[in-house]
Design a protein. Structure first.
Length: 457
């Protein structure tokens, strides 16, 4: 049965009053809704902390959520079946271009925390040189579209300072090492362009927290919408599927308080974040590029391929070197990852993970490849993944999504395979392109992946 054929089902609706808005979010995607919004919904003081959430660069989510006043069904899936929860922490949802509402929240002293999920690529203060005009245009006309997330945050900070609305905590929730520092660098660089006095105010009023976030959350499918309609007898156009596992580690001070999130609060997120980025996200990228080049579509399929499983285990051995987490808990972590990757009830598309490789690989895989090279060793699994990535860029079986797609595709396609590998590695880490051992292994892998249709794999 499909919701389109059952127009009479009532739209999913709020079961409790919306909490006052004290949290702001940029990037109203599925991950935010399975993670930060869900933690807020589950907090014991949920009635005091509501979110106003804005679409990121891709508009559209708000059109589905606004008619159901921001509430949606979270479907938690594992082999024991589905468990559904109504998430009601979004008190308001807004489109990406609703700049007047965006600035109004920043001017409101009750708004204490701004979280963001804008993808790895969102932390670039691009377009270079274009930011000044972008923010000036925005401030002249709050209806003017601003596309860069950093531009939107800086515009918000200007509005907050001008309204004298007090301190605010910025909490980035993307998979970047030291994401608070990266956000601070991008915001300060942008702010300096826009208003030379803003950084001093930022220094006194803005806390840049760092976080490690984890919950595997695939894109919503039409089947999920039908499944929720069937089981709840409600029409929810924007449910989210996710896994039972979830983790949130936060290092920040909250001068105006925070929801009673069931998160882990630490003084330094680095050990957690390095473990997660390298082991989970690194293995994801390996499975994504090697997987699509071997004809797989999902994480479960790729992880069930014995060759790729071997490469993942090898990657975990390599990427564990230097992690400051004890070995016993590392093995448990790896076992849990294996179970999570093999969760057959989560259809996690490799295409989704393959996006933004130029940003993701630098955060997830390159540090391990570099560290092993510095010790005179080789990250064979890292080179395997890089080789598959270059093959993917050179001859993509699915569309390449990356802010640098055309540049990287052109580089990958140059002359002999070795030339393509050298140009791509040089574009993301020049030192790696100079490393003869890395070059040899990556080139070998790229040649193998490109030759697979001739039976070379
Ligand atoms: C994935 C992540 O798409 C990707 O790049 O590796 O979204 C991953 O699923 C999450 O970080 C899990 O917490």
């Amino acid at each position: 049965m499909s919701v389109t054929s059952v127009p009479t089902l009532p739209r999913v609706a709020r079961a409790r009053e919306a909490a006052p808005v004290r949290l702001l979010h940029l990037g109203l995607g599925n991950f935010f809704r399975a993670h930060q919004a869900w933690y807020t919904d589950r907090a014991s003081d949920a009635s005091e902390w509501g979110y106003a959430a804005f679409d990121g660069r891709t508009p559209g989510r708000v059109g589905l959520l606004a008619p159901q006043s921001g509430v949606y069904t979270l479907v938690v899936r594992d082999d024991n079946g589905d468990h559904q929860e109504l998430v009601q922490s979004l008190s308001a949802v807004h489109g990406a271009l609703d700049a007047a509402a965006w600035l109004a929240y920043w001017r409101d002293p009750a708004v204490a925390i701004v979280t963001m999920t804008v993808t790895e690529a969102g932390y670039r203060a691009d377009p270079p040189g274009g930011e000044r005009e972008e923010v000036e245009a925005f401030l002249r006309d709050p209806g003017a579209p601003v596309s860069s997330p950093i531009g939107r945050v800086v515009a918000g900070l200007l509005a907050r300072r001008d309204a004298n609305a007090g301190p605010v905590v910025l909490l980035p929730c993307d998979n970047l090492p030291d994401n608070g520092r990266q956000l601070r660098n991008a915001v300060e660089a942008f702010a300096a362009e826009v208003d030379p006095t803003l950084n001093e105010w930022i220094g006194h009023h803005v806390e840049f927290g760092s976080t490690m976030v984890d919950r595997i959350t695939p894109a919503t499918t039409p089947e999920l919408i039908d499944l929720v309609a069937d089981s709840t007898r409600k029409d929810d156009r924007s449910p989210v599927a996710t896994e039972p596992f979830t983790e949130w580690v936060i290092a920040a001070h909250f001068p105006q308080g925070r929801p009673a999130w069931d998160a882990t609060f630490v003084s330094d997120v680095r050990p957690y974040e390095e473990r997660k980025l390298r082991l989970l996200n690194g293995a994801h990228s390996l499975l994504a590029y090697c997987g699509v080049m071997r004809g797989h579509a999902t994480v479960v399929q790729a992880m069930s391929d014995p060759t790729l499983r071997m490469w993942v285990e090898r990657w975990w051995d390599e990427a564990s070197t230097g992690l400051v987490i004890d070995a016993g808990s590392l093995q448990e972590y790896r076992d849990a990852l294996t179970r999570r990757f093999l969760n057959g009830r989560i259809r996690h598309e490799l295409a989704q993970i393959s996006a933004d490789g130029s940003e993701k690989l630098v955060a997830r895989m390159i540090p391990t490849i570099r560290a092993l090279a510095a010790e005179g060793g080789t990250s064979l699994a890292g080179c395997e993944a890089m080789g598959a990535w270059v093959a993917f860029l050179r001859r993509p079986p699915i569309p390449v999504k990356d802010p640098r797609a055309s540049e990287l595709r052109e580089k990958a396609s140059r002359g002999r395979v070795r030339d393509g590998v050298s140009a791509v590695l040089g574009a993301i880490d020049p030192a790696l392109a100079q490393d003869t051992d890395v070059m040899e292994h990556v080139t070998g892998a790229t040649e193998r992946y490109l030759g697979q249709e001739k039976g070379a794999l």
